[in-house]
Design a protein. Structure first.
Length: 568
């Protein structure tokens, strides 16, 4: 509907004034109309010989022309030249059927997010970026993009060397058979986490341990280059790496996330190393004290090391390899990478380096960042010292709060509460997570919206009962009845859905969906308080409204990755 209105306004402007404009429409307060446009002010600036009355007179001429448009029943001019448009009830019903635009049809988009490192624990940041990444990928896919969800993690690098050093100490040497004593996933992951902490502390505090860890780091790269699966160290490495990936898979299953592909750093390190060395010869990178750097200061950025003095690729070179590999795999139109805010300057350097030799890949990459997740009253935590806020702890806090609040052990509600609590806040800032607030069915929460859907489902189910006098015909056209003010207000809100989804998709900001769904549920509550539905003379009209409302609510929750249960 909004695109059709823009087209009509554009045609009227060109016909009356010979000027091409791209009108914008906004939503005024309901008492003023359904849409408003300032196109008259736009024309007032563009016209060489504007009417004596200025934008106000332009608006009046446009209003007279737009009044002839089918579906518009009222056109008012306000203030210096704003035009308010009121649609007919039938036009509103038709608008309620409009689907969000397939604005990305034909595009290939790679969404990379979550990115946990094997040999380390999943923390709250991984939970957050997984939830946000899923919602953004859902928006892209809903807009028609061929969307590929991928995950990147460090299975080589200094953190692996640190963990292996502590493992070997704990196992009494390079004794892979000793791994059999860890029977369950919980035992295995707890042990890996402990080993990382011990290894990290030893690296910082003990020069002998530091040298041994550096040597282990080199040996891990050699395991990959030699495709070694048989040496004792290789057996320890591959077994425990497998434990990590099993742990990741189970976690993603638990939160309803999924990925098409994992990119381990080992799979892109060689390509990154090769690319950096090639571009070193071409002057993009420079030698410095035995290392290879990108002189970021030349671009008002930081200088960073891409190959260290040991000849090994750093994270930066691996990210170069990842970008090149993603292009080889997908030939994407766009690549979206979601990380914590602390990676902002780092990625700016990596992308600036890539821009020097593959500008189209750098320009096609969008880096989105988010803040830190803390529980109410919490502080920033670090996996290096073992005081991280684990992903499972956030989920457990929500589970316990919901159990205390409702007495029910319901993972659908618990997960919906966490997802919505994260997604309702604009991407970028820190998240202060309050478990009790998140599970409440009052206020702006996931369970509140799930309950709103369940209540609408109950109304529809009641209408379909065998003894119902007026069962709704889901295939029928919109009722040809004049809407009362409560009905119109709800239908008007329902019609906003495709516009909100289009905005959330364009901005890659799922919080717009959350804000809209909460407002929609409030609109329905107001309608429900004042409008009898079952066994009312206007039952068919109101049931169609409930049906349309519940479908939009369900669709919106689905985009957020939240289940919409019919009963709670």
């Amino acid at each position: 509907m909004i695109e059709e209105l823009k087209k009509q306004i554009k045609t009227a402007a060109e016909g009356l004034f010979g000027e091409v404009v791209e009108p914008e429409l906004s939503r005024p307060e309901q008492k003023f109309g359904d849409y408003a446009t300032n196109v008259a002010m736009q024309l007032g600036v563009k016209l060489n010989n504007p009417p004596a009355g200025g934008p106000r007179e332009i608006a009046e001429q446009l209003a007279a022309e737009l009044q002839k448009t089918a579906g518009i029943i009222k056109v008012d001019v306000a203030g210096p030249g704003f035009i308010n448009l009121t649609l007919s009830d039938q036009a509103l019903w038709q608008a309620a059927k409009t689907e969000p635009a397939k604005s990305l049809a034909g595009q290939v988009i790679v969404a990379e997010y979550s990115d946990p490192n094997p040999f380390k624990i999943l923390h709250a940041g991984h939970l957050y970026t997984s939830i946000v990444g899923d919602a953004i990928a859902n928006l892209l896919q809903n807009a028609g993009a061929d969307t590929h969800r991928v995950n990147f993690g460090g299975d080589v690098g200094l953190h692996v060397g640190k963990t292996l050093w502590a493992m070997i100490k704990n196992l009494g040497g390079e004794n892979p058979e000793e791994l059999a004593k860890f029977k369950t996933q919980g035992e295995r992951i707890a042990w890996l986490a402990t080993c990382y902490i011990h290894g990290n502390n030893a690296y910082d505090d003990n020069e002998s341990a530091k040298a041994a860890i550096i040597e282990l780091n080199k040996r891990v790269y050699k395991i990959h280059s030699d495709d070694d699966h048989n040496s004792p160290l290789a057996q320890i490495y591959w077994t425990t790496r497998g434990w990590s990936y099993d742990y990741f898979d189970d976690f993603y299953t638990q939160i309803g996330s999924h990925f098409e592909k994992y990119y381990p750093e080992s799979a892109v390190s060689d390509l990154g190393l090769k690319t950096v060395k090639e571009q070193l010869e071409k002057g993009v990178f420079k030698q410095s004290d035995g290392a290879v750097i990108f002189p970021g200061e030349d671009h008002d950025l930081h200088t960073r090391v891409f190959i260290n003095s040991e000849g090994l690729p750093t994270y930066e070179a691996k990210d170069v390899g990842l970008i090149m590999q993603k292009w080889a795999d997908y030939h994407f139109d766009r690549s979206i990478v979601i990380t914590g805010n602390e990676q902002m300057q780092y990625m700016a350097v990596v992308l600036k380096a890539v821009e020097q030799f593959e500008p189209k890949l750098a320009q096609a990459t969008t880096h989105l960042t988010h803040g830190i997740v803390k529980l109410v009253g919490g502080v920033k935590m670090s996996s290096r010292h073992g005081n991280i806020l684990r992903a499972t702890e956030v989920l457990k806090a929500a589970h316990d709060a919901n159990l205390e609040f409702t007495g029910k052990d319901d993972d659908t509600v618990t997960l919906g509460a966490v997802k919505y609590a994260f997604l309702k806040q604009r991407l970028g800032g820190d998240i202060i997570y309050d478990p009790a607030e998140s599970v409440s069915i009052e206020g702006n929460s996931g369970p509140y919206l799930q309950y709103a859907f369940a209540r609408a489902s109950s109304i529809l189910n009641k209408s379909q009962a065998p003894n119902s006098k007026n069962q709704i015909d889901s295939k029928s056209q919109a009722p040809n009845l004049k809407l009362d003010s409560a009905e119109r207000s709800l239908l008007r809100k329902i019609c906003e859905y495709p516009e909100v989804v289009d905005k959330a998709t364009a901005e890659l900001m799922p919080h717009h969906i959350c804000t809209y769904l909460y407002e929609l549920a409030q609109s329905f509550n107001s309608f429900y308080e004042n409008s009898r539905i079952i066994d009312d003379p206007r039952e068919q009209v109101r049931l169609k409204l409930v049906e349309s409302y519940s479908q939009v609510l369900k669709n919106g929750l689905k985009l957020l990755g939240i289940q919409a249960p019919e009963k709670m």
